[in-house]
Design a binder for this molecule. Structure first.
Ligand code: SER
Length: 569
């Protein structure tokens, strides 16, 4: 039986032997895509290579990529712990061709790996193709010798893959493994397809298009390949397991949590151990990649994940912070494949311990309030949204933690009332702010923060990145665009520019968009969490909503390729 580490190595070795460059996983916070919250697929780091914007010294590559799906498109948080295959963090094994081979070679490489190297029984495999893709249908017949009934045409978006609302995309072909008739379920496209018998293990995307805006789709310069195989899923198959949480890696993490809590992963305790094991992985890897728990953006997603795990630790009866104690087990399992995890071990440990220590102070009181307020409710009832807001505001319970806690009893939360309470609080804060006598020019930053949220700071580990221009301010008023020669202040959704505070100077540099260039003369923190770039339009013009590449001046002289992960290590 092969362990997860061996299965990953076999994959990479196979593609190395077949002429592919082995590229390290990129960080979980995408540096080359301001629209994406987390890296959610292997192709993310190659996005600009597919579209022709960036050149690499190789035309085929393979990776084992760290992925998080817990916010935005591909959001899996709610189900994690309760199902056999949902994770917030997972590894995606992938091979890529940038205008090199296309469908035929991609199918041949995939089929040979799984049937010859991994030795899967071909009789248990079937595939899907996009319903109009006769070419892929014919190739599966020719290369794998599959009969017509095992090549299933699917007419829906299940067989058309897109990274997000924009970016490279194309029809895809998925490989399914039949776990056997003892498990309920039917092949894809059948009435029983939602059952658990036929499990997708590998997705081959025939990248042909780029979605430029919601309405506009253009051809990529050269047809390319992007494949993604879930390492946890294929490990389950190769280890004769049906459930991802029964693979060696998860067994080790769950064993560590059983030992630390003294509670076996059985009965209704099983889900809690699984939540903890899964969330330990995403939390540790996110912290290693520079995300810290906070109340905004990525940091808030991390906080939600951490607190969800911490509530489950409490359910298991842990009297002290638990998560940090499990970290050595994770580093033992994954630290060799991902050295950044071992390097950041002390930081991860401290961050987990601090967050759990703080949260435990209010967790118990919050849970008491929650159980009192839900005592009279039964299945199908709604929990009061005002109380959910109080749990959020006073006890630090993210909404999904409250939802998760009520889930077992079949109770939902009145989310409209929750949002209304949140709005009311914001309005009060605004009114207090307006009355505090700050200068009018300051009010604008507060309003912009209300509208767009705080700026995400990327600068601890990068000095160049992409961001979207959220607002341009000229003479104290918001304007749509600015032209050459004008002096403006600009905010972006994320920035590597350090904002002046605590005696340290703000960064200076350049922001370049498709239509213009800004010289950044200073960066200041404003409105509690906004990074304001003080700029002069040096060339052309810039407008709100445009993507800009931000580069701190010190580095202008250095050659910099987007997505060049070596500099980010
Ligand atoms: N991008 C595709 C996926 O995520 C294949 O890698 O499934």
């Amino acid at each position: 039986m092969s362990g997860v580490n061996e299965i990953r190595s076999m994959f990479l070795d196979y593609f190395r032997k077949n002429g592919h460059e082995i590229v390290p996983s990129s960080p979980l916070v995408p540096r080359n895509d301001p629209t994406l919250m987390f890296t959610n697929a292997g192709m993310v780091q190659f996005k600009n290579v597919f579209t022709g914007l960036e050149q690499r010294p190789y035309s085929t590559a393979a990776t084992a990529q760290k992925c998080v799906r817990a916010g935005g498109k591909h959001n899996d948080l709610d189900n994690v712990g309760y199902t056999a295959r949902h994770h917030t963090f997972f590894e995606m094994l992938g091979n890529f061709s940038f205008g090199d081979y296309f469908k035929e070679r991609a199918i041949e490489l995939a089929w040979n790996l799984i049937t010859k190297e991994y030795g899967l029984d071909a009789k248990r495999l079937l595939v899907t193709v996009y319903h109009t893709d006769d070419e892929a249908f014919g190739l599966w017949k020719k290369i794998a010798g599959l009969s017509d009934d095992r090549i299933i045409r699917i007419p829906t978006s299940d067989n058309f893959w897109a990274m997000g609302d924009t970016g490279p995309c194309g029809p895809c072909s998925e490989i399914f493994y039949d776990h056997g008739e003892q498990i309920w379920g039917g092949p894809p496209g059948s009435a029983e397809e939602d059952g658990d018998r036929f499990i997708e293990i590998w997705n081959l995307v025939f990248m042909q298009y780029e979605q430029v805006t919601k309405e506009e789709r253009i051809d990529l310069p050269r047809p390319s390949i992007d494949t993604g195989m879930g390492l946890e899923r294929v490990a389950a198959v190769l280890q004769g397991q049906h459930d991802n949480y029964d693979i060696d890696l998860f067994r080790a993490l769950i064993a560590a949590s059983e030992e630390a809590t003294g509670v076996k992963a059985e009965g209704d305790r099983r889900a809690s151990h699984r939540v903890i094991a899964d969330h330990l992985r995403s939390s540790a890897f996110l912290i290693a990649d520079g995300v810290l728990p906070s109340n905004e953006g990525r940091g808030y997603v991390l906080r939600r994940i951490m607190r969800r795990a911490m509530r489950h630790a409490q359910l298991l009866g842990a009297q002290e912070p638990l998560m940090w104690k499990l970290l050595p087990a994770l580093v033992g399992q994954m630290g060799r494949a991902y050295p950044e995890l071992a390097r950041a071990e002390a930081l991860i440990s401290e961050t987990l311990k601090l967050e759990e220590t703080r949260f435990r102070k209010t967790l118990e009181r919050g849970l008491n309030l929650l159980s009192e307020a839900s005592a009279d409710l039964s299945e199908g009832d709604q929990f009061n949204g005002e109380t959910a807001f109080k749990l959020y505001d006073t006890y630090g319970f993210p909404l999904d933690l409250t939802q998760d806690a009520l889930r077992a009893k079949g109770i939902t939360v009145d989310t409209d009332a929750f949002s209304a309470a949140m709005e009311r609080q914001k309005a009060e804060a605004r009114a207090n702010w307006a009355g505090s006598g700050e200068a009018a020019t300051e009010t604008i930053w507060f309003e912009l923060k209300e509208k767009h949220g705080t700026t995400e700071f990327l600068g601890y580990d990068t000095e160049a990145a992409e961001g979207v221009i959220q607002a341009i301010v000229r003479d104290g008023a918001v304007v749509e665009s600015a032209a050459k020669g004008e002096t403006v202040q600009v905010i972006l959704n994320q920035t590597p520019f350090y904002g002046e505070s605590g005696g340290q100077m703000g960064d200076t540099g350049v922001i370049a968009t498709d239509t213009g260039k800004l010289t950044v003369t200073d960066t200041q923190k404003r409105g509690e969490g906004l990074f304001v770039h003080y700029c002069v339009v040096a060339e052309g013009s810039v407008k709100t909503g445009e993507a800009g590449r931000e580069i701190i001046e010190l580095l202008i002289a250095e050659p910099f390729a987007l997505g060049d992960e070596r500099r980010l290590a």
